[in-house]
Structure formats: structure tokens, C-alpha cells
Design a protein around this ligand. Structure first.
Ligand SMILES: [Zn+2]
Length: 371
């Protein structure tokens, strides 16, 4: 092996280790980095210069010290790299700009009905372009754009040929590649939303993520890892919660998605989600009975998931902020259905609301960069 190449590899590896260590453990002095990474102080200084030249690290404020020179910690510059997440749902496109923190620096929601055509994706491309311009994002520090879509995805690359996309009938990744002039990474929305909860909110314990959006989906974190399954898993939207119940897009009847998706709720109420909650709060009696049924079915699903997984059940997606306003009522229903006691605190609301899946899709780029 070429000796120069080996030295270069070592240097890059050391740079990666320092970036990763500062991300994981926060600012530290050169001395602390030297001890933690088992590298000499002169080596740390050389790597620091390389990374500082790339704008990735900087010296923070000097620490208080008992006598002697006060050490100055090195910190990661969070805004040195940015990622964009794009959440595609039936009626909306959500965009988030995320730094290495990770913090959502800007979030936007646009009304655009999914059609799967070249024209649709060209409009999405234009929205992303405008978002980049408005936020004055320097493209040289942009790690990537990640897409989350409401369809079963395998390996972040392609929809399984055998799968039946639940809401995005005719979803063709090839069109995306064509419009964006290169391979585009697309991911399942519920899996991304769950990763946002893990990486974005720092929750590393096991959990079940129940995503209530245009459709209902889910993700499972077990042993601190996202359970990937063979092809698609955690399709909680197709758990049957009412025998011979309402028809579902999958061809079955009584699926959770036919009751607890935003689409199902809108169809049932005949108004938008925003108008539904306005009228519900104003005391519309028929909306009260619709919402009672919604919470009853949701409580049943949560209860069943809890019986299987015995872990926190996190509610995310477009409905999460609305469910949050009625969390006590949901918990009371869950408690009544819990055969092992009256606790129901395991039902919680996700940290990033309707932007959860777009955030997760952006975080995948951060993760690749940091690790
Ligand atoms: Zn179904």
C-alpha cells in the first residue's frame, strides 16, 4: 500500500474521530481529546487546524481554572454543515433545514396534492430550490436532501416491486431520479419519524412509534436499533381494530388506518382537520361523537401495542399535536383497557409533531457525516 495514502487515511480517520467525539460528548479541551482518543497533543493540534480550516470546529470560551493557564475548549460548529429533509404526504410537502446540533433551523409546509407525475416532482424540486435560496444555504456545506414518503420502502432506495403502496399509488422512484438528475434517497415516513425521536430528541430506549398522518404507520426501536424487518414492518395502520369495519385502501375492512388517519377523519367529518378541531372545540355534537370514536379506536390500538411490546408508545405524525390536546382523555381510555393496572403514562406524544418524518430524513445525512 502507498505510504502517503496510508498517512492520509489515518489523518482523515483522526478528523472523523474528533468530530464524532465532540458531537457525542460536547466541547472539550485539546488535553481531554488527547486522553480520550489516545493521540498526542501535537497530533490533536494538527487535526484541529485541518478541521478549523473547514469551518467544522472552533475554540469556545475559556473555562474557569484553578490557577495556571485557562484551557480553551474545542467545539463543533453546528452550522458548519446542513441537511434538508422533505416530507411527502398526500396533501402536503414539508421542508426542514437542520444543522449538526441537530436543530431545525427552519420548517415550511406547502399544500400540494401528491400525484406521482413528473410535474408533481418538478414542483417539489422548485420548492426545495426556493427553500435553499430563502435560507441562503451555501450548497458546499449541504450534506444532502432526504425524502420521506408514505409508502413501504426497502433500503432507502426503492419501493418493493411486490408491495402495494398504501397511499401513493403508482409511486415511481425512477421519476424522482429523472427529475432530480441523479439517485435520490427516499425513506419510509414512519421509520424516519422514529429516527427523529431517537437522534433528534436523544431518546435511545426501546419504543414503538405510532404515526398518525394521511395514513397510519409505525416503527419499532428494540435494543436501541430500528427494527427493519424483511420488507415492511410495523404497518400498524393495517391492524384490524373493528371486525367488518370501515373499508381500508388495502382492500380489508376495519383497519386502524380507516379510523385514525387524517384522511379517514377528514372524510368522516367532511371538513379539513383544522376546521374539525375548531368546530369540535366550539361544541359541535356530531364532531364530538366522531372524536370519541377516534379516541376509542386509538386507545385500543395503543393498548394492543403495549401488550405486545411492553414499552413506551409514542404518537407522532400530522395528528400528534391534536391528540396531544386530548392526551388525558386518551390515557384514561387506555388505562381502562390495561389488564395489568391503571397506568397509561407510557402513551406519549412525539417531540417534532408534523415535521417528524422530514426531520428524520435530514438526520440520516447528519448521521452519515458524523459517523
Ligand atoms: Zn388496511
Amino acid at each position: 500500500m502507498n505510504r502517503a495514502a496510508t498517512n492520509k487515511e489515518v489523518r482523515i480517520n483522526n478528523q472523523k474521530n474528533i468530530v464524532n467525539t465532540l458531537f457525542r460528548y460536547g466541547p472539550m479541551t485539546k488535553q481531554e481529546l488527547s486522553v480520550r482518543l489516545n493521540l498526542s497533543l501535537p497530533t490533536i493540534s494538527v487535526i484541529y487546524k485541518d478541521l478549523a480550516a473547514k469551518g467544522l470546529v472552533a475554540h469556545g470560551e475559556k473555562l474557569e481554572s484553578t490557577g495556571g493557564r485557562r484551557p480553551s475548549p474545542i467545539m463543533l460548529v453546528f452550522d458548519a454543515r446542513l441537511s434538508i429533509g422533505v416530507g411527502i404526504s398526500t396533501n402536503h410537502v414539508r421542508l426542514v433545514l437542520v444543522n449538526l446540533g441537530p436543530t431545525i433551523l427552519n420548517a415550511q409546509k406547502h399544500t400540494l396534492t401528491y400525484s406521482g407525475t413528473v410535474e408533481y416532482w418538478q414542483k417539489v424540486k422548485q420548492l426545495i430550490h426556493n427553500f435553499i435560496e430563502e435560507n441562503k444555504v451555501d450548497q458546499s456545506i449541504l450534506l444532502g436532501v432526504g425524502f420521506s414518503v408514505q409508502a413501504p420502502i426497502k433500503s432507502g432506495a426503492a419501493v418493493l416491486p411486490s408491495s402495494r403502496p398504501v397511499d401513493m399509488t403508482g409511486f415511481e422512484p425512477e421519476i424522482l431520479n429523472q427529475v432530480f438528475e441523479g439517485p435520490v434517497a427516499i425513506y419510509n415516513n414512519a421509520k424516519m419519524a422514529c429516527l427523529a425521536q431517537v437522534w433528534g430528541a436523544g431518546e435511545e430506549d426501546d419504543m414503538v412509534y405510532l404515526m398518525l398522518s394521511g395514513g397510519v404507520g409505525g416503527a419499532i426501536i428494540t435494543d436501541h436499533r430500528l427494527l427493519r424487518g424483511e420488507s415492511k414492518n410495523a404497518e400498524f395502520g393495517h391492524m384490524i381494530v373493528r371486525e367488518n369495519g370501515r373499508p381500508c385502501s388495502c382492500g380489508q375492512r376495519g383497519c386502524l388506518g380507516a379510523y385514525c388517519s387524517t384522511r379517514a377523519l377528514q372524510e368522516r367529518a367532511g371538513v379539513t382537520i383544522e376546521d374539525f378541531f375548531k368546530e369540535l372545540e366550539a361544541g359541535n355534537p356530531s364532531f364530538h361523537s366522531i372524536w370519541d370514536e377516534y379516541l376509542d379506536v386509538l386507545a385500543l390500538a395503543v393498548r394492543n401495542l403495549y401488550m405486545i411490546f411492553d414499552t413506551d408508545i409514542i404518537i407522532g405524525g400530522e395528528m400528534s399535536e391534536h391528540v396531544a390536546a386530548y392526551l388525558d382523555q386518551l390515557r384514561q381510555r387506555v388505562a381502562r383497557l390495561n389488564p395489568f393496572g391503571s397506568q397509561s403514562g407510557f402513551v406519549r406524544i412525539g417531540s417534532f409533531g408534523e415535521y417528524d418524518s422530514a426531520f428524520g430524513a435530514a438526520l440520516l445525512h447528519n448521521d452519515r457525516f458524523l459517523s
